[in-house]
Design a protein around this ligand. Structure first.
Ligand code: MRU
Length: 364
């Protein structure tokens, strides 16, 4: 997508041919800053510290992390060390393991002299695949938005609620949940997005709002608890969210708070769609609540907020009493029964094993 007229992906190889460029997402929305990863340890740190985040993007970053490792030491010992450390940076999104496995498998039994080049090639394939995949998700999701617009007599704005950031910043380009919104906006369908702020890290308020603003998509940031009220008052035509891991039976694990939006949508008859690339499906598990590991992060992400003062300084402020503990669960699971449909790069299907395996017969 473009930032001030310049086209960007969220990850790239720099002109030196080996270091990896990324956007420092911790600086948004107040500053657009790019930075470089020169070692696999820096790649691991960027994922853990959420300098890059979003399931597909952390997968691509992990893949480039292995390439950076192979560049300095193409041994099996280094491959295993970098694989293990990077894989443990964030436990919930399956895309990370998917991408690391893809690079590691490609390196199996390959001569040391070829390993770095192979790893860079596979990482680039993962990134390119994500761009094509997300663009297709956008095309399929556009049809759903267009059908809602048709139902509304092509007369009024379609209001879409989203949670967290599943836009282009969360992927290599386009996004998952936001891709259909970009495509609808570009096709001339009047869309307006309710952007959940997404405490504690505010990916909605900081990242989704920044993206939509840059692309000129009308939107309004709301507090996380406002969605149910808006749905009760007919202000939401549909919800679209992303997912960090989808089970073979269609349960979806996404940013904490997604489940409550799905419950409110169900209670109010609002369609609740989840957009996902193939790399987010964990075919080995069925029950998301029981089987998906939920990341728990530092309490300080809850107790301390940072923001820009009127003189432009970014300052942290503590919002809880000294001595109060905080719990910080990163994700929750929305059971398949609350999901209207899964929007994938191969089309839209029911959130069920039958629905998914019809689109992906190779996993039946
Ligand atoms: O903790 P984050 O910011 O990495 O969480 C991101 C999300 O929850 C996204 O919705 C998810 O990764 C899907 S992204 C296309």
């Amino acid at each position: 997508m473009k930032v001030k007229g310049v086209a960007y992906r969220t990850i790239w190889v720099n002109s030196d041919g080996w270091s990896v460029g990324i956007i420092d997402q911790t600086k948004l929305p107040h500053a657009f800053v790019t930075t470089s990863l020169a070692t696999w340890e820096e790649a691991a740190h960027a994922i853990k510290a959420m300098i890059v985040r979003g399931a597909p993007l952390i997968g691509a970053t992990g893949a480039y992390g292995l390439a950076l490792a192979m560049r300095v030491d193409p041994s099996d010992a280094m491959l295993e060390k970098a694989y293990t450390v990077i894989n443990e940076t964030r436990p919930t999104a399956i895309n990370l393991k998917w991408a690391l496995d893809r690079v590691r498998n490609a390196l199996h039994n390959k001569p040391a002299s070829e390993r770095a080049a192979i790893a860079y090639r596979v990482a680039a394939e993962i990134a390119d695949d994500d761009v094509a995949t997300c663009s297709s998700i956008g095309d399929h999701g556009l049809k759903i938005i267009d059908a809602l617009y048709e139902k509304a007599g092509r007369k009024r704005t379609i209001n879409i609620l989203t949670h967290c950031n599943a836009g282009w910043l969360a992927t290599v380009d386009w996004g998952t949940a936001i891709a259909p919104i970009y495509k609808a906006h570009d096709a001339g369908i009047p869309v307006h997005v309710w952007v959940d702020e997404t405490r504690p890290r505010n990916q909605g308020a900081s990242l989704t709002a920044w993206e939509l603003n840059s692309h000129g998509v009308p939107h309004t940031v709301i507090v996380d608890n406002a969605g149910g009220h808006l749905m009760q008052h007919g202000q939401v035509d549909m919800c679209i969210v992303g997912t960090d891991r989808t089970t073979r039976e269609g349960d979806v694990c996404n940013k904490i708070g997604t489940y409550l939006k799905a419950l409110a949508a169900h209670d109010n008859g609002v369609p609740f769609y989840v957009a996902l690339p193939h790399s987010t499906i964990d075919w080995t598990i069925r029950d998301g609540v029981k089987e998906i590991p939920i990341e728990e992060r530092a309490q300080e992400e809850v107790t301390v907020m940072s923001g820009r003062t009127s003189d432009g300084e970014i300052v942290p402020v503590t919002i809880t009493p000294e001595g109060s503990k905080a719990a910080n669960f990163g994700f929750d699971v929305t059971p398949a029964r609350l999901v209207t449909g899964l929007i994938t790069e191969r089309g839209v299907c029911a959130a069920s094993e039958a629905g998914l395996t019809k689109l992906y017969p190779e996993f039946a």
